[in-house]
Each structure stands twice: as structure tokens, then as C-alpha cells.
Design a protein around this ligand. Sequence first.
Ligand SMILES: C[S@@+](CC[C@H](N)C(=O)[O-])C[C@H]1O[C@@H](n2cnc3c(N)ncnc32)[C@H](O)[C@@H]1O
Length: 270
Amino acid sequence: MSNATSTVETTLAARRIAELSDRARVCGLYDALGAPMYHDLATYDDPETRALLTAVRAAPGPVLDLAAGSGRFTLPLLATGREVTALDLSTDMLALLRTGLDRAPASMRGRCTVVQGDMSRFALGRTFPHVLLGTTSLSLLDEDGRAGLYRSVLAHLSDGGRFLLTVLERGDDDGPDETFVQVTGAGGTVYELYEHWPAGADSRAVTLLPAEPPQDDSPVTVCTDRVAVIDLPRLEEELAASGLSITSRQLLSPPGERHRVTLLTTEASR
Ligand SMILES: C[S@@+](CC[C@H](N)C(=O)[O-])C[C@H]1O[C@@H](n2cnc3c(N)ncnc32)[C@H](O)[C@@H]1O
């Protein structure tokens, strides 16, 4: 959370953290404290999950789910009968995935391989007709990391295989620098979610905390992360330079919405 302090100094999220004073336990979104909160808010029946499930129907065979986290795509893919390799860096997120697999039927569990690894440099010794990087998680990597990701993906694509990735951009022209919403997790907890993302900025800061902390002095978990923003033209240049050709672009969000999400389908350039 190296940049969290400078971000929160000037924002609504910062004020909220200051109100909590010593009670605030600031952490990352995918570590031991943050992962359960992130997981509580994961949605499964959403446009991105549906689009990825539809896209992989184009070809049979195993799927590599990069930055798989607690399994938002891995579990539905397994449910459709696919063999899935789920790769993620965070032991805490993968522990949540393993819990989900333990609760799933043995036939589903048996088709999943869980790998702790870095998506910017992995070597699994096999290829896949589909490699996925959803949830706009590309933004978690810097330029070198993205170059390593493209190299690793190309080494893992079968002949004619496809790399599917989603990208997040600002889709509104005149929205506020910072937004605040209340969201309810699957377990019933209500959270405050702040996003500080001035138009044109090369990164955005996300802060998540419970809306109603206990009325005592107990610690309150505050997850905050700063992630990069990569616009589509720049990303398309990077992909082309790395040897990946875009075969389709699908807008997954309504026009004009603050979060414009695009699904790119790519394959190795010939
Ligand atoms: C936005 S979450 C998405 C998780 C899951 N796909 C979902 O939709 O819920 C991003 C994930 O990327 C993982 N991650 C971050 N950096 C990574 C890296 N270099 N390699 C692999 N995974 C990484 C985090 O641990 C986290 O689980």
C-alpha cells in the first residue's frame, strides 16, 4: 500500500479513515485482512462473467484463469464442465478459492488446478485454447509486468488459442473526481466504497471499509489500493508490439457510465 497515504490525505476516504483514528487497520484488497472483504463483494451473475463464459464456448478444452482470486470466473467455468487452471499471487485469495472448491462437488474440484504464481512470469509447461485475465486486473501490473504477462501468455496459447482480457477506462466526461457508494456483501455486511479517479489520471485509488463499525474501540479493517489506468489505444499498441492481435472488442458496460469496461479478444499474430 505504498501510495495509499498520499492518496487518502486529500479525499473523502481520507476523512473517513481520520475519523476512525487509531482504530483503522489499513491493508491491501487481496491480503489476509482484505481478501475476505473483497470476496464478500464478489458478484457472479454480472455482464463480465457472462461474456467470458460465452467467449470460451467458441472452443473446447482447458482454460487458464489468470489473477483468478477467490474464483469468480474459475467456479462458474468449472460448473460448465471445463478443466480450469487458476493462477493467483495471493495466498489469501487462493485460500478462499480452495474453500470454495472444498464446498463444490468432487467432479468439479477434480477439474481444477490451483497455482500460486505471478501472472507477469509463469511457466506451466502446457498450453491452453483460452487464457483469461478478467476483472480488469491487467491494471495491477506496471509496464514491465505487462510485457512479461504478454510473453508468458504467448508461451501458453495453443495453436489458434485466444487471450481474453478486460480493460477499464473512464466512460464519463464530466463525473466527479471521487465517488462514494454503499454496497452490501453476500454475508449482509454493508460497506462504504470510495474511488478517487480524476479524469485523465494514470491511476485510481479504491478504498473499502465497513459502513457500520462496532460501537467500541475494536480495530476496523480499511482496504485501500492504487491501481494503474491504461487507455485502450495505448494497450492496443502494447499488445500489437508484443505479438498479440486483437480480433474483437466488446463493450460490456452501458455507454456513458463512469466505468467503461471492454472485453478484448486477442490471438498470436501470424
Ligand atoms: C481484482 S482481483 C480479481 C480476482 C478474480 N478474478 C475476481 O474477479 O474476483 C485481482 C487479483 O489479482 C491478483 N494479483 C495481483 N497481482 C498479481 C500478479 N502479479 N500475479 C497474479 N495475480 C495477481 C490478486 O491477488 C487478486 O486476486
